[in-house]
Write a protein that binds this ligand. Sequence first.
Ligand code: DDH
Length: 278
Amino acid sequence: MAGDYGKVKEDIKAILKKPDYDDGSLGPVFVRLAWHASGTYDKHSRTGGSNGATMRFNPESNDGANAGLEHARAFLEPIKQKHPWITYADLWTLAGCTAIEAMGGPQIPWKAGRTDKDPKNLTAKDVPPNGRLPDAAQGQDHVRDVFYRMGFNDREIVALIGAHSLGRCHSDRSGYSGPWTYTPTRFSNQYFKLLTTVDWRKKQWDGPLQYVDEDDELMMLPADMAVLWDPEFAKIAKEYAKDQDVFFKDFAAAFGKLVELGVPRANDPGNAPKRSKL
Ligand code: DDH
């Protein structure tokens, strides 16, 4: 039974501020949860995506790329208990969209209607295999392979990666360390401004290769540097660095598309009722 999604949204907003967690907000990790729940989509096999909330199950729950997202899911659990009619798949995606707006970003188009896979009749093919999310150690060819598989073009890819305006890397989750921007709880185009202007250098440490600014305060992953080093990506990144409005508009459309991946809708041609041959 459908309930009041506006009330759920209010409850998500109310828990975002958390002074003892990271930079004081659960917003960034909720955005990452919505993205990783959705980013497993494969347009060829039409598998993966946010529908089903399959990150509750093995192997997706144990994908190294999802390390730390158990916290995001646990933070949302009281909201699920309070509004038991909402599906996890809707709750996780709504939390990401709500967090972006609450942190000063654009309004993301979001529609309810995702269902949850029932653990009682789960088959191995219901849960996407591990390894569909991008690997931070790789470059532009890998980034394109992964996002083209989801159905995105270069402009959408660069816009989406601009979500790294938010949050940080945790050495106990991904092995990387630090935030991308000075304002990790504000959604803005600062990621592109910094990416395209700072003199990035290799961090001197025993951890995985990452890039840092002169003061070792900010960071970029190798996959972020790929956006700067690929001429097509770089053109778009520079445009977003100059014009936050264009970035917000493109990001809202791309993130809205991301959370719809693999969600069956009545107007989806692949979902039309089959006609029997006479
Ligand atoms: Fe990301 N991301 N991301 N990312 N991401 C990490 C954190 C966050 C990659 C790797 C990492 C997107 C694209 C990519 C967010 C949103 C989005 C971390 C650190 C790694 C590593 C995790 C940790 O240690 O806690 C790679 C690689 C890519 C790629 O495109 C090639 C996209 C498209 C989004 C999006 O939302 C649309 C957010 C937010 C975070 C911060 C999480 C936090 O807890 O803070």
